[in-house]
Each structure stands twice: as structure tokens, then as C-alpha cells.
Design a protein around this ligand. Structure first.
Ligand SMILES: NC(=O)c1ccc[n+]([C@@H]2O[C@H](COP(=O)([O-])OP(=O)(O)OC[C@H]3O[C@@H](n4cnc5c(N)ncnc54)[C@H](OP(=O)(O)O)[C@@H]3O)[C@@H](O)[C@H]2O)c1
Length: 340
């Protein structure tokens, strides 16, 4: 039996990417897609790329109807709005993958501090699995709710996690310099994503206070078991999609600075049997992973630091691909279905 999937927030970028991935998934079928403003429209009128490929009509959001028609719901809404919707869907008895940050942090106080709102469903914060199947597959398989990771955090946690868990790098001296394509900000218009602001220009933003910083720190602390902090500076670059993160770390033992093979060895041990995370010898670029669920990462030495360079597609491994991977794990399918 095909997995019946619902999409909430159907007009957004991550919703579209999820629809496109599910079109080629051999064991999943989109049964519902809902939108606040486009109910009654054919999905191809909302996303013309789907013309002739998907015949769904967009519905109004009704949690009971969605739950009855689905085995799992992809909730592609902004934070805040998502938590309340997720609560309604879980209470209606359907499993949910939440794309927003609402259930990623382990502390309600941290959430309120960084997101500036009271959490709509505080009882679930800290009790929801973080949807990184490379680390938490068993919990994801059993979960009613999965907090799909953020895009920047994915590009930082995957390379850093094993190095911290194995004690190879210092947890107190990590600098993440990250660049994202404009789709990372979503389809909802904002001043800094207008063409004339973003084209032919690169700019840092949210320096020292980006909302993904506490998520990265929260996860890295779990791996290191120690107080961990990061300097994290995101940049907007004039391309549609992709994230390139350049991460500066120090080996715990400075005498090992030339042992780059020890980094490759740890990555190989953790990810060697997986499908999507690849340690590579070349310098990764966003084009090497565009439109795929793959992660490419490598290491070089510069002075007394190791420089980790990581590329992902923000909309695929950073959002919709990770969600489909999580769905496959939740329903006991091969994690690669719909993603190869
Ligand atoms: N873009 C990325 O690279 C990326 C990566 C990782 C995670 N995420 C997360 O994924 C979620 C969706 O991101 P996105 O890029 O797809 O955003 P988006 O393109 O702006 O789409 C979000 C959709 O949510 C609905 N929506 C917006 N405001 C709402 C509100 N106040 N109440 C209810 N529904 C609302 C709208 O759909 P309707 O008008 O059809 O209802 C909108 O099209 C966000 O939480 C984002 O942080 C995004």
C-alpha cells in the first residue's frame, strides 16, 4: 500500500519541492494539499511546473479531513503557525513531519528567547525527535512527530557531529561561515530577497543572532557532551538554491593538525554505510549537490585550524529531501525511495 501524504502550506517552496520528490516516489501518493488562499485551485495553477503531472485540487485546511486522508502530513508552514497546526493534526491521529523550527529546540525558554513568542504547544518541546536519520533513525521510525532539521544546521551538524562525538575537535572554538541561496528565505516576499536587493550582491545577515544558532548549539552539545558554542555568520548569495558552509575548528590535540586522514576516517566510520553523506577529496560546491539529497564535505588545513567545507541543497537535504528520507524511515521503507 502506498503511503498517503498530505502537504500543508501548498504554495510554498518546500511544499513544491516535496511534491516534486513525491511524484517520483514509487510507494507514496499525495492525497491532500491545503492552502489558506488557493483552495479550489488545481495544484498546477499554483505551481505551473506540475502541469500535466499532478491532478490534485488544493483544499482548505481541516485537520479531521486531512488526518482521515493521510498516513503522514508534511507541515510546510512558518514557525509559530506550524506548532498549532501540528498539535491539531497529532490530536486528530495522523503522524506529522514539521518543517518549521517549532519542535527542534530542547527548551521552551530558549524557543521564546530566540523566536520572540510563547510556544503554542510547550508540552511537546524537548519530547520530539530531531529528524536527522543519520543519527536518530530508531526514534524517527517510532515517532508520531518528527522535527525536520533546519537547512544551515544540517550543513553544520553533519560534519561536526562525529568529530565532536569522537573528541577529535575542540567544542569551544567553532566558527561557521555559511552562504545560502535566496530560496532559503521562502517564497513569502521580504525586502532583502527582492531581485534588486539580492542580485549581483552578497550580504551577511542576522550576525550573532540568527535563529539557527541555538539549534546548532543544542545539537552539538548532545554530541560533545560538553559546553559547546559557535560563531555563526550566514550570508545571502545571489543564486536560487544551495548552502556552502565553511567551518573553522581546532583539533583537540594540536600535534595532530596535519592528520587530515583522521577526519576522513571518523566521517567514514559514521557515514560510510549511509546513502547521502559523502566525504570527498575535492572542494565541494553547491552545484555538486543541487537538486539532490546528498551532502558533500571535505577538510583542509589552514594555520592551526582544520577547515571543513560542506555543500547541501537547502531545499532538498535542507528540507524536503530530509522530510522524504524521514518519511521512508517512519514507514519502514528504503531511505533512498524518491531520492535517488
Ligand atoms: N526554504 C528553505 O530552504 C527551508 C529549509 C528548511 C526549513 N524550512 C522551513 O520550512 C517551512 C516552510 O518554508 P518555505 O521556504 O516553504 O516557506 P514559504 O515558501 O514562505 O511557504 C510557507 C507557506 O506557509 C503558508 N503560510 C505562510 N504564513 C502562514 C501563516 N501565518 N499561517 C499559516 N500558513 C502560513 C503559506 O502557504 P499557503 O498560503 O498556501 O497557506 C506559505 O506559502 C518554514 O518553517 C521554514 O523555516 C525552509
Amino acid at each position: 500500500m502506498a503511503i498517503r501524504v498530505g502537504i500543508i502550506g501548498a504554495t510554498g517552496y518546500t511544499a513544491l519541492e516535496t511534491l516534486l520528490l513525491l511524484l517520483r516516489h514509487p510507494e507514496a501518493e499525495v492525497t491532500v494539499a491545503t492552502s489558506r488562499g488557493e483552495a479550489g485551485q488545481p495544484i498546477a495553477a499554483v505551481h505551473p511546473i506540475l502541469a500535466g503531472r499532478m491532478s490534485l485540487t488544493v483544499d482548505e485546511y481541516d485537520p479531521a479531513k486531512v488526518a482521515a486522508a493521510c498516513d503522514v502530513v508534511m507541515c510546510c508552514l512558518p514557525h509559530g503557525a506550524s506548532a498549532e497546526t501540528v498539535r491539531q493534526l497529532i490530536e486528530a491521529g495522523v503522524r506529522v513531519i514539521d518543517f518549521s523550527a517549532d519542535f527542534r529546540l530542547s527548551s521552551v525558554a530558549e524557543y521564546s528567547r530566540h523566536y520572540g513568542i510563547d510556544h503554542p504547544w510547550p508540552e511537546r518541546v524537548g519530547k520530539t525527535v530531531y529528524g536527522l536519520p543519520e543519527w536518530y533513525a530508531d526514534q524517527i521510525a517510532a515517532a508520531d512527530l518528527v522535527a525536520n532539521p533546519g537547512c544551515y544546521p544540517t550543513s553544520a551538524i553533519l560534519p561536526l557531529g562525529p568529530l565532536l562525538a569522537d573528541g577529535l575537535i575542540r567544542p569551544d572554538d567553532i566558527i561557521i561561515d555559511a552562504k545560502s541561496g535566496v530560496s532559503g528565505a521562502g517564497r513569502t516576499p521580504k525586502l532583502n530577497t527582492l531581485y534588486c536587493e539580492a542580485a549581483e550582491s552578497i550580504a551577511a545577515y542576522a550576525v550573532g543572532n540568527h535563529r539557527h544558532q541555538p539549534e546548532i548549539v543544542d545539537l552539538l552539545r548532545r554530541f560533545s557532551g560538553a559546553t559547546t558554542d559557535v560563531v555563526f555568520t550566514p550570508h545571502l548569495v545571489p543564486m536560487d538554491r544551495g548552502i556552502l558552509s565553511t567551518i573553522y575548528v581546532k583539533p583537540t590535540d594540536p600535534a595532530r593538525i596535519d592528520e587530515l586522514e583522521s577526519v576522513f576516517h571518523v566521517w567514514q566510520q559514521h557515514y560510510g554505510n549511509g546513502h547521502f553523506v559523502r566525504a570527498v577529496q575535492h572542494l565541494p560546491a553547491t552545484k555538486h549537490v543541487a537538486h539532490t539529497n546528498h551532502v558533500q564535505m571535505t577538510v583542509r588545513r589552514s594555520g592551526d585550524r582544520w577547515v571543513l567545507i560542506v555543500a547541501i541543497d537547502n531545499l532538498i537535504k535542507g528540507a524536503s529531501g530530509a522530510a522524504v528520507q524521514n518519511m521512508n524511515v517512519m514507514f519502514g521503507r528504503d531511505p533512498r525511495l524518491g531520492l535517488s
